[in-house]
Write a protein that binds this ligand. Structure first.
Ligand SMILES: [Zn+2]
Length: 249
């Protein structure tokens, strides 16, 4: 988990005649003319939008993990009550808080914590770099059921390499949020294309989805496989073949 301290904050984006202005914080120095109460108190869109010169404004609360856990605990308490689960029982007493901590700190941590450090270094290798067998633990966005599988990533460098462990960390970062598997491979691929700028890359995930194993279609042994190819992996058949061969080894 990131050591970066996350505090409660407001994300504020103002669009006016001068262009866009973005700020994370509870205060906009350039707009000191605005009443302090508007800037620092709970944002009210109507109030902001009536301010002269502002075309539009986006305000979003950035909650600290601590505050989110506190709020979620209250929600899960209500949820368990509606589900008729006895919260006086020793087994369910701490469940709302346990669930809140699990979602914020583990299962959906990719939504609430900064991405892991991604440092690249110069290198003139031209051969494929491949890492397979990367653990994938994710959550299906449709049912909030567990997704469990493995990922493989291959890339052809273009003057830069990244430490191999970062490929696993980035996979985990994007996996820890609710989603569909088709999105997950694309998210990882697009992120690596942007940060590493390789000649091309492939991301492959094979995973089992709790939502069709334990319910619905009840397909115990089903495995979903998704791939995202970019750059030379799309254009050059031999590169794509090398990638797939590595996966099957
Ligand atoms: Zn599902």
């Amino acid at each position: 988990m990131s050591k970066k301290h996350i505090t409660d904050n407001w994300y504020i984006k103002v669009h006016d005649a001068k262009g866009d202005y973005e700020k994370v914080g509870d205060y906009i120095p350039e707009r000191k003319k605005m009443p302090e109460s508007i800037i620092t108190t709970s944002p009210n869109n109507d109030h902001w939008n009536n301010w002269p010169g502002i075309d539009s404004i986006t305000i979003k609360e950035i909650m600290s993990p601590k505050k989110r856990i506190k709020k979620l605990t209250k929600v899960f308490e209500k949820m368990l009550k509606v589900m008729d689960i006895d919260q006086n029982s020793i087994h369910f007493k701490e469940t709302p808080e346990r669930m809140a901590r699990m979602y914020v700190n583990e299962v959906f941590k990719g939504l609430y914590f900064p991405e892991p450090k991604f440092t690249v270094f110069d290198d003139d290798s031209e051969e494929m770099v491949f890492l397979g067998g990367i653990d994938v633990h994710s959550t299906c966005g449709h049912h909030f059921a567990a997704i469990k599988g493995t990922a493989a990533i291959g890339y052809i460098p273009n003057g830069k390499l990244v430490g191999i462990s970062k490929l696993a960390r980035i996979t985990d970062y994007f996996a820890r949020r609710p989603q569909v598997q088709e999105m997950l491979v694309a998210d990882i691929a697009d992120y690596l294309m942007e940060k590493l700028k390789p000649k091309g890359l492939g991301v492959y995930i094979a995973a089992q989805h709790g939502c069709i194993i334990a319910r619905g279609a009840m397909q115990n042994d089903s495995i979903m496989k998704t791939t995202a190819l970019r750059g030379c992996f799309l254009k050059d058949k031999t590169v794509a073949e090398e990638f797939y061969r590595n996966i099957s080894l």
